[in-house]
Design a protein around this ligand. Structure first.
Ligand code: SAM
Length: 280
């Protein structure tokens, strides 16, 4: 019998430890262990990797990550009610699961992890988006993680993988795709969760590239893209006016028509524009 088989079903865990889902913590749990095992497999080959899991809740995905052979899992969970359930998993996998009871937005996980590091999470979407932007904009590249496997509401997942010309295309797509391969790897209906949320969800996989796809200074690119999409319906020459009097020249030099709108411009052109802006 493997370690995972010694643990009780998740519905029983929730009842035993009184972990009724709280809306304020965005708790929509995955209780089907076949599903959490499948998500863990989507995180890639975990053997020889440390995995950072944010928001383990009662531990369905945590069990999947350990059963899939993660060397170690560091799980950060805000809800102290989940600690006894996670302690049961830690006992079944001695020395392999460390749990921190705290807010993932306040904790630096690096001191607890050894590369290679993968990140996996089923998080409330606001926290997930904030963490994703942090993970995509580190001081140095490559980042401390090699892949991110994250559950989002479907609309957010579509924004991450969006291509120019679509409504979903914007800052998140450019930030993600500049230095990562980004793919939606699974769609989940509301009924997959307990309690079911109002919207559908999707799992996105992001793999860090060793180098950005096109050269650009990260801070300048982030600034250009943020400005361009803050006023996405405006022509770029007006949306980017704040970048200085030469912005029309920079746009033309980057092969962009000053009358174009941000949502039609691809990553390569945005990077070229960032280079001309930085060189001015
Ligand atoms: N991973 C579990 C699963 O799939 O069943 C739980 C998913 S539930 C959508 C989100 C989890 O994130 C909850 O357990 C919640 O308490 C936790 N959480 C919410 N905000 C958090 C934060 N800022 N830091 C750490 N955990 C958080």
């Amino acid at each position: 019998m493997s370690a995972i088989d010694t643990l009780p079903p998740l519905s029983q865990v929730i009842e035993t430890h009184g972990i009724a889902a709280k809306k304020s913590l965005g708790q929509n749990f995955l209780l089907d262990l076949n599903l959490t095992a499948k998500i863990a497999r989507l995180a890639g080959d975990l053997s020889g990797c440390d995995v950072l899991e944010i928001g383990p809740g009662p531990g369905g995905l945590t069990r999947g990550l350990l059963a899939e052979g993660a060397r170690r899992v560091l799980a950060i969970e805000k809800d102290s009610r989940c600690m006894p359930a996670l302690a049961e998993i830690a006992a079944a996998y001695p020395g392999q699961l460390e749990v921190i009871n705290g807010d993932a937005l306040d904790i630096d996980p690096l001191a607890h992890l050894t590369p290679p590091i993968r990140i996996a999470a089923n998080l409330p979407y606001n926290v997930g988006t904030e963490l994703l932007v942090r993970w995509l904009t580190p001081k140095d590249w490559p980042p401390f993680w090699s892949s991110l496997t994250l559950m989002f509401q479907k609309e957010v997942a579509e924004r991450i993988v969006a291509q120019p010309g679509s409504k979903a295309y914007g800052r998140l797509a450019l930030l993600a795709q500049w230095r990562c391969d980004a793919r939606i790897v699974m769609h989940l209906p509301p009924s997959a969760f307990t309690p079911p949320p109002k919207v559908s969800s999707a799992v996105v996989n992001l793999t860090a590239l060793p180098e950005p796809r096109f050269p650009a200074d990260a801070r300048v690119l982030e600034r250009v893209v943020a400005m361009a999409f803050n006023q996405r319906r405006k022509m770029l020459r007006s949306a980017l006016k704040g970048l200085g009097p030469d912005i029309e020249d920079h746009l033309i030099a980057a092969g962009i028509k000053p009358t174009d709108r941000a949502e039609t411009i691809g990553l390569e052109q945005f990077c070229a524009l960032a280079r001309f802006v930085a060189a001015a």
